[in-house]
Design a protein. Structure first.
Length: 450
């Protein structure tokens, strides 16, 4: 296991209302892509607002290992001196992507069509996650992969010597798979085409175009058809990373379930491929408003204002919305426990292959806290107990999964008895300032052994 060190037990208790403004860190998806596209460009890329979570720091280190210049200039401010498409050097050591699925899968794509070999590993969570979803389409370019049984890390990738362009329909709704194929397509001649039946986050498409690639997206009866012209010259850019809607979910959801709360989370990107949670919360009757809605860098942005919402109702979350809120189901299930009635969450098989099996991790912890949960392979449902109705009072396992840890800590802020998490260490992968930010709003979250 790499990275995490000693477990960090944490406990959250009911206390005063959460009040104030919470500025959450930069978007994780856009941060990874800024580093990778910066490394694949000619010239300098200047990034502000980069998320300095461990997942992204591991990607920064990897880009250095492939030969790019990556330098931290100040808080969230980074400079990347790229090597250009096809310019990656062969790394001398093993590439350790820590806990990050996005990191390893996008980096595998970005080196897959260069004539170099790289070996990838990660922590116990990442080494258990499926990689064939990426190495199968990469094989079509001529890339070879040798990993552990079941297509697991550690894994060695031998980049294609003479790559051919690929046409690939993704069998799972995954922006990581789509992005790995597009990044590999950069160094293949001709047109690489990815077809996705369900829309997933489109940051790669937007950013590739922004760095100078020629890329089109067509909506057809087959789905979204994304066509990339190979071997472009990417040019370094200035990137201002917006705040992460997936991190904003924690202070927002905590405010909805803690009596008297009123929290403002400014500058949140509401790109429709990411904003499904917020629509769902509004459908449940949450007092959640979009203040000062505006466009920034071609993306819809707003300040989210969340107030205590004692009258929320359970709903069926439309399955076609799943990709746009895939990382937010754990914290949604916490809010659902405080709503009246049942919340059904169908079409979410992908939750079983994240940092943990998120349906199992949440169902186990929710049940220990007195909440009834039903589940099947690709769905789950939470029986809400209404405002103030959640007993809490358990210690739950975070299973090396930041979102599980943060979800249960938010739950402990609204439940009758405290909720303990066995290890809050993984929170630093995506939201290193979570504890301080929540404390500034008035939340009682402590290191349990302190
Ligand atoms: O492309 C990305 O930046 C991400 C895609 C999603 O994963 P999948 O593509 O596996 O669904 C998401 O869960 C992850 O946190 C970030
Ligand atoms: C699934 C996640 O990340 P990754 O796949 O990059 O590990 C997440 O951040 O919730």
């Amino acid at each position: 296991m790499s990275g995490h060190g000693q477990p960090v037990p944490m406990v959250a208790r009911k206390g005063a209302a959460l009040v104030g403004t919470a500025v959450v860190p930069g978007d994780k998806s856009i941060s990874h892509r800024s580093l990778i596209l910066g490394a694949l460009s000619i010239g300098e890329t200047h990034v502000t607002g980069l998320l300095e979570g461990q997942d992204v720091l591991d990607t920064a280190k990897a880009m250095r290992a492939f030969g790019a210049g990556v330098e931290r200039l100040g808080e969230g401010e980074w400079r990347i001196e790229g090597v250009g498409v096809g310019g990656f050097a062969e790394p001398e050591g093993v590439i350790d992507c820590g806990n990050s699925g996005t990191g390893v899968r996008l980096i595998m794509g970005s080196m897959a069509t260069s004539p170099i070999v790289a070996t990838f590993t990660g922590d116990a969570s990442l080494n258990g996650r499926p990689m064939a979803r990426v190495t199968d389409p990469l094989a079509l370019f001529g890339t070879r992969a040798l990993g552990r049984r079941g297509g697991r890390l550690p894994m060695t990738i031998q980049g294609a010597e003479d790559p051919v362009p690929v046409r690939y329909a993704t069998p799972v709704p995954s922006a990581q798979v789509k992005s790995a194929v597009l990044l590999a397509g950069l160094n293949a001649p001709g047109e690489t085409v990815v077809i996705e039946r369900e829309a997933t986050r489109d940051h790669s498409e937007r950013m590739l175009a922004g760095f100078g690639a020629s890329l089109t997206t067509e909506v057809t009866p087959e789905g979204r058809v994304i066509t990339l012209k190979g071997q472009p010259e990417l040019r370094g850019q200035s990137v201002a990373v917006p705040c992460d809607p997936s991190s904003a979910a924690f202070p927002v959801c905590a405010a909805l379930i803690v009596p008297g709360s009123d929290v403002l989370v400014p500058n949140i990107g509401l790109n429709p491929t990411r904003a499904g949670l917020y629509q769902t919360l509004r459908d449940m009757g949450a007092d959640l408003t979009y203040e000062n809605p505006r466009e920034e860098g071609g993306e819809p942005v707003a300040d989210l204002r969340a107030r205590y919402s004692p009258a929320m109702k359970g709903i069926e979350v439309p399955p076609e919305r799943a990709a746009s809120m895939i990382d937010e189901y754990p914290v949604l299930s916490v809010v659902a426990a405080f709503a009246e009635g049942r919340t059904e969450m169908p079409g979410v098989r992908e939750l079983r292959v994240k940092e943990s099996d998120r349906i199992d991790a949440m169902a186990t912890g929710l049940r220990a806290c007195g909440v009834t949960v039903d589940e099947g392979e690709d769905w789950w449902a939470v029986e809400g107990l209404g405002a103030g109705g959640v007993p809490g009072g358990a210690t739950v396992e975070s299973r090396l999964d930041h979102r599980i840890a943060m979800s249960f800590l938010c739950m402990g802020l609204g439940s009758a008895q405290p909720v303990r998490v066995d290890d809050g260490g993984p929170i630093a992968t995506s939201f290193p300032v979570f504890e301080g930010l929540m404390a500034a709003l008035g939340a009682r979250i402590d290191r349990a052994n302190a």
